[in-house]
Write a protein that binds this ligand. Structure first.
Ligand code: BV8
Ligand code: ZN
Length: 255
């Protein structure tokens, strides 16, 4: 039986599936990944330098401009067939827990009901001082973002501190409730899919490894090798936008 057939059989039998996604999930929507050599933000900007509280403190306009540019790229993008397949999977398996490292909203726009965002969202700005949420539409009211353009962040109406992106930066703690829910699901599931992640950013990268340690088979979808290969029972080499729809078609003989 070929690997897709084996994966499809496991999917059909599963009662609680965890789907864990990374930047590669959105690559075929044209949203740059962090590490992919061709489009990886990491190679075009020093993402690890920009995605930190220190960078925002030292140069808020550069960092805010970068996130505004990324948010505009996501708004211009559309969910790809991989996102649509993940949303469709919700209606196919008894319980599905979607856990994403991504800060885009493409899972939601594809119809996934409640993704767990471990690293926050591009569309939930908040005050860097008092943490009050800031209306996303107000955060984009001024200049048009452009690659490399500095944009001064708006100020909080209550405490006058700078508005910051609602993402988790390197060196910042992940949202406690999201991480706890993700750990619980990874421990309880009987099958995990890890899709489009290099598996090197912690503690998120623990999720597929917790599923494996808890006895669930783990299936990876990634065109390249990743740090998760050794934890996976099946490594399906290919893009999410192609392999995920094929997997569902094989599992449920849908067109
Ligand atoms: C923290 C939001 C406590 C911002 C992001 C051990 C334990 C705990 C912490 C650490 C640790 N070791 C190191 C750390 C520190 C650090 C860390 O993990 N560093 C790494 C670089 C080693 N972790 C943290 O700082 C975390 N905080 O632990 O707090 C603490 C506090 C103080 C001191 C210590 C600990 C916070 C991490 C969150 C950072 N924020 N995002 C933003 O987006 O701007 S992470 C960011 O990078 C993304 O969100 C994403 O999650 C990550 C990149 O990972 P991937 O999603 O895997 O994407 P990547 O580009 O790497 O890979 C893409 C994959 O897709 C590739 O494999 C490619 O082959 C594949 N692909 C490409 N095309 C396709 C495809 N797959 C399928 N289909 C395709 N078409
Ligand atoms: Zn404030």
């Amino acid at each position: 039986m070929d690997e897709t057939m084996r994966a499809a059989a496991m999917l059909r039998e599963a009662r609680h599936v965890v789907v864990f996604t990374g930047a590669g999930m959105s690559a075929e929507s044209g949203v740059p990944t962090f590490r992919d050599d061709l489009t990886g933000l990491w190679s075009r900007y020093d993402a690890q330098r920009l995605a930190t509280p220190e960078a925002f403190r030292d140069d808020p306009d550069l960092v805010w401009g970068w996130y505004r540019w990324r948010a505009a790229r996501v708004r211009a993008a559309r969910p790809n067939p991989g996102h649509v397949a993940v949303a469709a999977l919700e209606t196919r398996v008894p319980t599905l827990t979607l856990i994403t490292q991504n800060v885009d909203d493409l899972h939601e726009r594809a119809g996934s009901s409640c993704p767990i965002h471990l690293h926050g969202s591009l569309f939930a700005p908040r005050c860097a001082g008092c943490a009050r949420p800031f209306p996303a539409e107000l955060a984009t009211a001024d200049v048009e973002p452009a690659e490399g353009r500095r944009i001064a962040p708006p100020r909080c109406a209550i405490c006058a501190d700078a508005i910051r992106p609602g993402v988790v930066w390197f060196g910042e703690l992940l949202p406690e409730d999201a991480l706890a829910a993700a750990y619980d699901a990874a421990t309880a599931c009987d099958l995990a899919l890890t899709i489009g992640t290099s598996g090197v950013v912690y503690p998120a990268a623990e999720i597929p490894r917790i599923a494996a340690r808890s006895g669930a088979p783990v299936i990876q979808i990634n065109p390249e090798r990743s740090a998760l290969d050794a934890s996976c029972d099946l490594n399906l080499r290919g893009g999410a936008a192609t392999l995920l729809p094929a997997l569902l078609r094989t599992a449920w003989h849908t067109p």
